[in-house]
Design a protein around this ligand. Structure first.
Ligand code: ZN
Length: 294
């Protein structure tokens, strides 16, 4: 069953909120990548953030790529989403195990590490892609996305992303929300929201209590009157295909393909997002070589 995502705005139009229960898609990601708990939490938070940001994209066919590359043991973590609620991700070292942090929580910040960057690419079909990059703040991901919004998009934002892993390592809860203050928000409402924000508890805590996505939106926004603008679905979705894989091989160029034919005589490619394997024999490769020559 797909996960539920809600877009809402305060009646005065000054503050908007995007929220999701992403348990289904994070559990799918865990299974595809066989992540250990800290990897599940890191990848799950990034996927949740990416799918919320994907919901902010206005144009059909636009995609968004978030990538974190710090000096921690998890290595590179990536998520790709679009405006249709599809998201997929990748984690370099899914099997890393780390002790819990000083708060007794999965040490996502320690896993991601410091001295690196969060990069954002918005691919807008024909137009030049938008590329943004900010230094990693804490590596806890929610903080890093909030910093990106403030620095690169000049939108003050509150980003909360949470993943709770069960004893059997399956995903017990996952979800998140992004609250954004619009540029025309007045001082009164800004102050009012700051007061409201002080009372917000963790998103996994709210999910554990059984709150629905709409209830989370209403809880986070406290006394503000809100309008639910849209309820959409989100899911882990990989769009790899035989055609895409062939195109990827052709793009390697004729020398590279000739080398594969000479040295291995066949090729096996595994999709980095869903681990699906694609096998090509000599006949396939020769055909691709011909195409690469054109
Ligand atoms: Zn795939």
């Amino acid at each position: 069953m797909p996960d539920k995502l809600i877009k809402a705005v305060t009646k005065n139009g000054f503050i908007r909120i995007y929220a999701i229960n992403s348990k289904g898609l994070v559990e799918k990601a865990r299974k595809f990548h066989s992540t250990m708990p800290v990897g599940t939490a890191a990848l799950g938070r990034l996927l949740t953030g990416a799918v919320l940001m994907g919901a902010m994209l206005k144009d059909e066919g636009t995609s968004l790529t978030l990538q974190l590359r710090g000096d921690g043991p998890l290595g590179r973590v990536m998520a790709v989403s679009n405006s249709k609620g599809h998201v997929k991700g990748y984690i370099e070292n899914p099997l890393v195990e780390l002790p819990l942090n000083h708060l007794g929580k999965l040490d996502v910040g320690g896993g991601i590490g410091q001295n690196g960057y969060l990069s954002i690419v918005k691919d807008m079909n024909m137009k030049e892609p938008y590329i943004g990059q900010v230094p990693i703040q804490t590596g806890e991901i929610g903080d890093d996305l909030a910093f990106y919004f403030a620095q690169s998009e000049q939108v003050p934002s509150l980003v909360a992303l949470g993943v709770l892993v069960d004893r059997d390592y399956s995903v017990k809860q996952a979800g998140g929300f992004i609250v954004q203050i619009m540029p025309d928000c007045d001082e009164f409402n800004l102050k009012k929201f700051e007061k409201t924000a002080e009372k917000i508890t963790s998103v996994t805590g709210m999910l554990e209590k059984g709150l629905s996505v709409e209830e989370i939106v209403r809880t986070v926004m406290g006394d503000f009157e809100i309008d639910i603008l849209e309820e959409t679905e989100a899911d882990y979705h990989c769009d790899c295909s035989d055609e895409r894989m062939r195109r990827a091989i052709i793009s390697l160029g004729k020398k590279e393909i000739q080398d594969i034919i000479d040295e291995q005589g066949e090729a096996e490619i595994v999709c980095q997002f869903c681990n699906k394997g694609y096998n090509y024999d000599r006949t396939d490769l020769v055909e691709m070589l011909e195409k690469a020559k054109k």
